[in-house]
Structure formats: structure tokens, C-alpha cells
Design a protein around this ligand. Structure first.
Ligand code: GUN
Length: 319
């Protein structure tokens, strides 16, 4: 009995992304309504999707839906997988030149034949609502005003909103991607955390991650971070979004709480799981983001915020 009570008491609090994402979107919506009253038009976001990757199509769909919710005009450019780098560069150039387009989002990854770097670098940094252009990456690294990638920006908002102390904390970022890991480390450093970055070549990971008060995981490997990686009471942010289709794996990952996930699996053929082992880490962490329902919702909300910021910046430049 004592053991059961003790386990229940040590279960991590879930840091849900939904309520904060709704709050951010509501704030953006209110500002856009004011903008429309003052200038007659709100921001416009151009989304670009190349090829037919189903996950990317879902992500872009979520972004377009969020635009509708907050009053951002969106236009979608769906291009075939056979699109060439030159054709995509032409589209980007035309979107850069248009005064009525405030933000440009090219969903990544692009098909292997397209030069991703050339595309990212072609986007006008003032319209780069993803914050991937080297000008924005550089400004972020220098601690100057920049467009900040949406996922790490959303994670900072989530930590602040939930009173998780960043200043002086030991933070460990697992993953060194341009989209999440690197900008995440920069943002934590800016807020005075002591930051360690781990990656696929890090030797003997558990003792390193176990040092962290704040553990942020973005590696794209289902349930890789186990109880042994986590300092008791730490805040764990799970950025992973992996599809699991095997019922046995679902049982292993969710333990006593597998039933709900198995129901999702039988209905949809898969269920989303993060990079963190949910059942194990919930027994050790103090706070944990769920997947789905955690960081992903904030990414979209921050894209809305960045698009509004782009419109305001361009408005103040031209006004
Ligand atoms: N692919 C995965 N995450 C992102 C993101 O935040 N922005 C874009 N453009 N592509 C992505």
C-alpha cells in the first residue's frame, strides 16, 4: 500500500501545451483585430509544402487551421515532389517581392533533390517566421532581436508560464538540430541556464542527462530517454513525435495506462509517442510534457505570434 501511495505521489505533473497555446493564440487574435481596425488588413502567411509526406501535410494543415482561428490570412502552395530547386527559388522570390505577404513558411524536410540550404537562405529574413535563415540564427546567437524558431520559443513560454526556474538551472538539450536543439540551447543560455548539449555521439548519456534540472529531448527516437536518464524531480520536455504501430511496444511504453493508447492504435492504425519513455519517466520527473498535447501545440501558436511580429515589423518599416 505504502509503495503504491509513494508511486502515485511521485508521478510527474503533466505540462499540457493546450491551455497556453490557446492563450497565446487569443492574444494574437486580439492584436490582429486591432491591426485590421487600424490598417484595414491583418497579416498574411504563405505556406509551402513540397511533395506528399503525410506527416508534413498534417503539420501544415494544423498551421493553416491556426491561421484561420486567429485571423491570419493564409495561402498555401502545394508543389509536386518533382519540383526543382530553381522552381522553388522562383516561388520564394515572388513571395519575398509581394508586399501583401508577411511570413513565408517552407515545411521541412524538403525532398532530397532540393537544396534545402539554398531555399532557407533565399527567404527574406524579415519574412522568415521559422527563424531558420542564417541572419536570424546569427542574431539569436548574438543575443540580438531575431525571429526565433517556433518550437524552442514555445518551450521557453511553457517553462515561464509554469514557473519553472531557468536562471541558474542545469539544462541539458538532447539533440543538436537546427530546428530545435541548437536554438533551444541558445535561448536557455540567454536566460542564464548552464547548458549542456548532447547528441548521437555523446558517450555514456545517462550520467550527463541526470545532472539536468531541465531536460529537453529532441532526437526523433521513440521512448529513448528512460528513467535512468532523469534526475528525480527534473522538468522533462519531450519534443519527439514518433508514430508507433506495434501494440506490444505501446504496452511496454505506457504500462498500466496502455489501454487508451491501444484504443487509439486500433482506431487510427498508430499512436504518437515522444522521445521520452512515458511510463518510466513519469515515475522520476517532477514535470513532463505529454505527447501529443504538449510542445507541438505551442509550435503552432508561436508561428502565429511570429507571423504577427513579421507584419508589425514590416508595418513599422514602411510606415
Ligand atoms: N519541420 C519540422 N518542424 C518544422 C518547423 O518548425 N518549421 C518548418 N518549416 N518545418 C518543420
Amino acid at each position: 500500500m505504502y509503495t503504491i501511495r509513494q508511486q502515485m505521489e511521485t508521478r510527474a505533473t503533466l505540462l499540457e501545451g493546450g491551455p497556453l497555446a490557446a492563450k497565446i493564440k487569443q492574444e494574437v487574435k486580439t492584436e490582429i483585430e486591432e491591426m485590421v481596425r487600424a490598417y484595414g488588413a491583418g497579416p498574411r502567411l504563405a505556406t509551402v509544402l513540397v511533395g506528399d509526406d503525410p506527416a508534413s501535410a498534417v503539420y501544415v494543415g494544423n498551421k493553416i487551421r491556426a491561421c484561420q482561428e486567429v485571423g491570419i490570412r493564409s495561402e498555401h502552395h502545394a508543389l509536386p515532389a518533382s519540383t526543382t530547386t530553381t522552381e522553388l527559388l522562383d516561388l520564394i522570390a515572388s513571395l519575398n517581392a509581394r508586399d501583401d505577404v508577411d511570413g513565408i513558411l517552407t515545411q521541412l524536410p524538403l525532398p532530397a533533390e532540393i537544396e534545402e540550404r539554398a531555399i532557407i537562405e533565399a527567404i527574406d529574413p524579415r519574412k522568415d517566421v521559422d527563424g531558420f535563415h542564417p541572419v536570424n540564427v546569427g542574431n539569436l546567437a548574438l543575443g540580438r532581436p531575431a525571429f526565433v524558431p517556433c518550437t524552442p520559443a514555445g518551450i521557453i513560454e511553457l517553462l515561464v508560464h509554469n514557473d519553472v526556474e531557468i536562471r541558474g538551472a542545469r539544462a541539458c538539450v538532447v539533440g543538436r538540430s537546427q530546428i530545435v536543439g541548437r536554438p533551444m540551447a541558445q535561448l536557455l543560455l540567454q536566460r542564464d541556464a548552464t547548458v549542456t548539449i548532447c547528441h548521437s555521439r555523446t558517450r555514456d548519456l545517462p550520467p550527463v542527462t541526470r545532472e539536468a534540472d531541465l531536460l529537453i529531448v529532441a532526437i526523433g527516437r521513440t521512448g529513448m530517454i528512460r528513467g535512468e536518464h532523469v534526475k528525480p524531480g527534473a522538468t522533462v520536455i519531450d519534443v519527439g513525435m514518433n508514430k508507433v504501430t506495434d501494440p506490444d511496444q505501446v504496452r511496454e511504453l505506457f504500462g498500466a495506462e496502455a489501454d487508451k493508447r491501444l484504443a487509439v492504435l486500433s482506431k487510427r492504425g498508430s499512436t504518437l509517442v515522444g522521445d521520452v519513455h512515458p511510463a518510466e519517466v513519469a515515475q522520476v520527473a517532477g514535470k513532463l510534457t505529454p505527447v501529443p498535447g504538449g510542445v507541438g501545440l505551442l509550435t503552432v501558436a508561436m508561428l502565429m505570434k511570429n507571423t504577427l511580429k513579421a507584419a508589425k515589423l514590416r508595418c513599422s518599416e514602411s510606415g
